[in-house]
Design a protein around this ligand. Structure first.
Ligand code: SAH
Length: 536
């Protein structure tokens, strides 16, 4: 019996074009004495058949019959190639062949041989035509309810929607099955925004290929049929230049007002930038960090004042993406005093998970993992706090104008804050503003310094704020009319923004371009090596 054992090759021939058929699939088609397949598929691979092969074509609905026929022929000692589009093991013929074999108690050791030849499945071929939508966890769901109860399919759609999978819908719609895709859209709209990108690919890599990019709300306005695969993006899938792209990971950082919310490459794998990771969960029994809110509540408790704790609504269903929201907070440009209610609100928004840090630059930096940065910003602003971006932005460090007594320069400082504060620049930059010639806040040690004196501004450019060769900024102009100062700074900053190299500090930029707005750069004096003389 063993001498006559035949073989079944279940061959996934990919989406349909010869370029996308694997070498092994080609060989397997050639090796087959009998080639069995759905008529349309046989037509697609006809150019790869050889003389003398028996070709058995069958209708789409006769899949089980095809599998049985294949087994029968192989048992007669023949090499039988069963062709399947895409990958034979994804809603393909591979499972059916095994089902027939299992029913008759087949084992690999004693029975006919079986080889499953993998191919490019529709999820992969269609994704490649759409851009890169399947970069993150994805699933395939067939909407065909011929062999699967609709209730189960609906549950899977729901689960996939809830768990934020990228979803590839196979068999989305046919002449008679039209409601399934409508139901699917309805379910997914409960978990995803209506503008979630959706790709519709019909006949990928075949003659009548069509690729449409739409969104969840409008997907049904386009042609969808049996030859279409529908790919639905996850919460972070984006459209770029007509392509659907799912980032490799989730957004980790939220920066106020920034168009791009990116982490620098070296920051990507740091634990503190992965608030969602398992390692960030504190072990039971381990010492819990005391949150700022707890401390604030404790303090109020001692004063006999209670705080109403608003319960945080926890959504059971909707997936909300958390990112790290980092910002600077301050009571004002000139005002340096936080009041108790501002501190309470700050403690409340920082909550259990956030951190607050006082920096060497008279700045309070806050970092909170949250899915609602806008709500936090609004709350703090309503409390009269300035909420400003951090990172490579312009920050304004004004003095306290002698506790607000030297009022003349305050409106200009506020205007500068309003106009330039938080704007993105190639490298973080501080503008120091001092309200009188005493300059006790050290404006000349900032990247740009302004000193208000006798009703006018003196301007200093390009301090090197750190390092052994740190130096103060170069005095470039005296007596600038206050009305002109904002416009002048704007011009200087525009040049830096447009011509500065990424990560280039302002003092280096000034040195490189030599001249900004007519102000010429002068080299700082070179250090003179001095023979150390030891006193006795
Ligand atoms: N085994 C196949 C899937 C068969 S189920 C595979 O792995 O790709 C049939 C469904 O596959 C179709 O309804 C359609 O959703 C998808 N499909 C198969 N080939 C396709 C192609 N060339 N373009 C777009 N979708 C395709």
């Amino acid at each position: 019996m063993a001498a006559h054992k035949g073989k079944i090759l279940v061959i996934g021939f990919g989406p349909g074009s010869f370029e996308h058929i694997t070498q092994r699939a080609r060989e397997a088609i050639q090796e087959s004495e009998v080639v069995l397949g759905y008529t349309t598929y046989v037509d697609l691979i006809r150019g790869l058949l050889r003389e003398g092969q028996q070709v058995i074509q069958a209708g789409m609905t006769e899949e089980v019959g095809r599998a049985q026929e294949a087994v029968r022929q192989a048992e007669q000692g023949k090499v039988v190639g069963v062709i399947s589009s895409g990958d034979a093991g994804v809603y393909g013929m591979a499972g059916l062949v095994y089902e027939v074999l299992m029913e008759q108690g087949w084992t690999e050791k004693d029975g006919i041989s079986v080889e499953i030849v993998p191919g490019i499945s529709a999820i992969n071929s269609c994704a490649s035509l759409l851009g890169a939508p399947v970069m993150h966890d994805a699933c395939t769901i067939s909407l065909s309810d011929h062999l699967t109860p609709w209730e189960l399919i609906a549950r899977r759609v729901e689960a996939a929607g809830q768990a934020d999978f990228v979803i590839a819908l196979y068999n989305p719609k046919s002449g008679r099955r039209t409601r399934q895709i409508e139901e699917t859209q309805r379910i997914l709209l409960q978990y995803r925004s209506p503008d979630t990108p959706v790709g519709l690919v019909k006949s990928a890599y075949r003659d009548r290929q069509s690729v449409v990019i739409t969104d969840l709300a409008h997907m049904l306005e386009h042609d969808i049929g049996m030859l279409t695969t529908v790919i639905i993006g996850n919460n972070s899938t984006r459209l770029y230049d007509g392509k659907m792209i799912t980032p490799r990971g989730y957004q980790r950082k939220y920066t106020l007002g920034a168009e791009k919310q990116a982490l620098a490459p070296h920051q990507r794998l740091r634990e503190e930038n992965e608030p969602w990771a398992l390692h960030s969960v504190t072990n039971e029994g381990a010492e819990q960090p005391v949150s700022s809110r707890t401390l604030a509540e404790e303090a109020l408790g001692k004063l006999g004042i209670g705080v109403a704790v608003k319960p945080q609504p926890i959504s059971q269903t909707t997936f909300k993406q958390e990112s790290i929201f980092e910002f600077a907070v301050s009571p004002g440009v000139a005002n340096k005093k936080l009041n108790a209610s501002q501190m309470l609100i700050l403690a409340e928004v920082i909550g259990e998970k956030g951190t607050i840090e006082y920096t060497p630059h008279h700045q309070i930096n806050v970092s909170i993992p949250t899915s609602e940065p806008e709500t936090i910003t609004q709350k703090l602003r309503e409390a009269g706090l300035l909420v400003l971006p951090v990172g490579d932005v312009i920050s304004i460090k004004a003095c306290d104008f002698c506790d607000g007594e030297k009022v003349d320069a305050i409106p200009y400082a506020e205007k500068i804050q309003e106009t330039l504060g938080g704007l993105a620049v190639p490298k973080e930059l501080r503008i120091g503003i001092n309200g009188c010639g005493m300059s006790c806040y050290g404006a000349v040690t900032d990247d740009i310094g302004l000193i208000y004196r006798k009703g006018k501004f003196d301007l200093f450019l390009g301090a090197k704020t750190t390092g052994r060769n740190a130096h103060v900024a170069q005095p470039v102009a005296e007596g600038i009319e206050p009305e002109e100062i904002v416009g002048l700074l704007e011009k200087i900053m525009r040049k830096f923004k447009e011509e500065g190299h990424p990560n280039e500090r302002f003092h280096k930029f000034f040195k490189r371009v030599k001249e900004i707005e007519g102000f010429r750069h002068q080299d700082a004096p070179v250090l003179v090596a001095v023979e150390a003389v030891c006193g006795d």
